[in-house]
Design a protein around this ligand. Structure first.
Ligand SMILES: Nc1ncnc2c1ncn2[C@@H]1O[C@H](COP(=O)(O)OP(=O)(O)OP(=O)(O)O)[C@@H](O)[C@H]1O
Ligand SMILES: [Mg+2]
Length: 330
C-alpha cells in the first residue's frame, strides 16, 4: 500500500516510502509548551535498515520529535507508528525493540564500563553479551574504567553501547558526536555504519551537515519545529541545481570591493544563484568552467582582483542556507 503524502512542499519526497517498508511513520505531529509550538505538524517516514538523519539548528525541535517517537514524551496531536505499533497504545512493546541514546547520558560514577553495561542488560531478558558490546563500540580495553577515566568520545561510545544492550532493531542517537574530536567522531560513524550493515535502522540527530551527508541515507531538515525538506543527501543537494559552489573575495587596491553585487553575479553564464558572505561571495553554478571564465573577465573589466578562490561541491549547508537564509550554526 503506497502511503500518500499530504504535504505540498516539493522538497519533501516521502510518498515513495510504502507503509510496509517503513519502520517509523509519523503524521501531523504537534507538541506545544504553553503557547510555544516546539513541533509543528511534522510528518516523516523512516525506512527499515536505513540511517535517517534529522538535521537542524539548536531549538529546531529534533530532540522533542525523537522523544515523542521513542514514547518518552507525549504529543499534543498526531500519530506515531513504530514497527507497525501505535506509540500511544504500545509504548512498552515499542520500548523493548528500540535503543535510545539521549542527548546527555548520565553514567554512574562508581561503576566501570563493564558493570554499567551489565546493570542495564539486567533489565532485559535477552540482553546482548557485555564483551561483544564493548568490542562493538571499541571499549574492550576500557572494560574496567570508570566514567571519570574515560575520554568524552569513550563516554559517548559507552552511552551507545547502553542503547544497544537490548539488541534493538531501531536505534535512536541524539547528537551522538557533539563535543567529540574528529577521530572520535570517525570511530562513532564507523560504529553507526556497522549497525546498518547488521540490518538495524538508525535515527540520529545532528547539526553537523558533513555528518548527515556522510552517514545518512535520507535526511529531514528541521527548522522552527517544521520539516522543511526531506530526501537523500544527493536529492537535497540536487535541488540547488548547481554542480559547484565558487567562493571568492573581490578586492580593489588591497581593500574589499563593494563594486560587485550578488545580483550582478547572478546574471553571469551558468550561475544558478549567488549570495554575500561576510567578506566573500558564494556563486552557485551549473557550468563551472563557463562561470569561472566569465568571473575573471567580469573582475578584470572592473579592475577588481579575485582572491581566495575556491571551487567546492555544494553541501547540505548550502541547501539549508537556500531554504532559510541562515547558516546551520548562525
Ligand atoms: N520541557 C520544555 N518546556 C518548554 N520548552 C521546551 C521544553 N523542551 C524543549 N523546549 C523548547 O522546544 C524547542 C525545541 O527543543 P528541542 O530540544 O527539541 O530542540 P533541538 O532541535 O533538539 O535542539 P538542540 O540542537 O539544541 O538539541 C526549543 O525552543 C526548546 O527551548
Ligand atoms: Mg536536541
Amino acid at each position: 500500500m503506497a502511503q500518500t503524502s499530504t504535504l505540498s512542499n516539493p522538497l519533501i519526497t516521502q510518498a515513495d516510502v510504502s507503509f510496509a517498508e517503513a519502520m517509523v511513520n509519523v503524521k501531523g505531529l504537534v507538541k506545544r509548551y504553553g503557547r510555544f509550538v516546539a513541533v509543528n505538524d511534522v510528518s516523516l517516514s523512516i525506512r527499515r535498515g536505513e540511517i535517517f538523519g534529522v538535521l537542524g539548528p539548536n531549538g529546531a525541535g529534533k530532540t522533542t520529535t525523537l522523544e515523542i517517537i521513542e514514547g518518552i514524551r507525549k504529543a499534543d496531536a498526531g500519530e506515531v507508528i513504530v514497527d507497525g505499533l501505535d506509540v500511544r497504545t504500545h509504548r512498552r512493546a515499542i520500548q523493548q525493540r528500540i535503543g535510545v541514546q539521549l542527548q546527555a547520558t548520565t553514567l554512574f560514577p562508581d561503576l566501570t564500563a563493564c558493570e554499567t553495561i551489565n546493570l542495564f542488560g539486567a533489565l532485559y531478558p535477552h540482553a546482548t553479551n557485555t564483551a561483544e558490546l564493548l568490542a562493538e563500540v571499541g571499549l574492550t580495553e576500557k572494560a574496567s574504567a570508570r566514567p571519570q577515566d574515560l575520554s568524552g568520545g569513550q563516554r559517548q561510545r559507552l552511552a551507545l553501547a547502553l542503547a544497544l544492550v537490548n539488541n534493538p532493531t531501531l536505534v535512536f542517537l541524539d547528537e551522538p558526536t557533539s563535543g567529540l574530536d574528529p577521530q572520535s567522531r570517525r570511530m562513532l560513524w564507523d560504529t553507526v555504519l556497522r549497525l546498518r550493515e547488521r540490518g538495524k535502522t538508525v535515527v540520529l540527530t545532528t547539526h553537523f551537515m558533513d555528518e548527515a551527508q556522510t552517514l545518512c541515507d535520507r535526511i529531514a531538515i528541521m527548522d522552527h519545529g517544521m520539516i522543511i525538506a526531506q530526501d537523500t543527501p544527493a536529492g537535497l543537494i540536487a535541488t540547488l541545481g548547481a554542480s559547484a559552489a565558487i567562493t571568492c573575495e573581490f578586492t580593489e587596491n588591497g581593500a574589499p570591493s563593494h563594486a560587485i553585487t550578488a545580483t550582478e553575479l547572478r546574471a553571469l553564464p551558468g550561475v544558478t544563484d549567488a549570495r554575500d558572505g561576510l567578506e566573500h561571495k558564494v556563486i552557485y553554478t551549473a557550468h563551472v568552467e563557463q562561470t569561472l571564465v566569465a568571473l575573471l573577465q567580469y573582475a578584470a573589466a572592473r579592475s577588481v582582483t579575485m582572491n581566495h578562490l575556491q571551487v567546492n561541491a555544494p553541501t547540505l549547508e548550502d541547501v539549508f542556507l537556500k531554504l532559510t537564509g541562515r547558516g546551520l550554526r548562525d
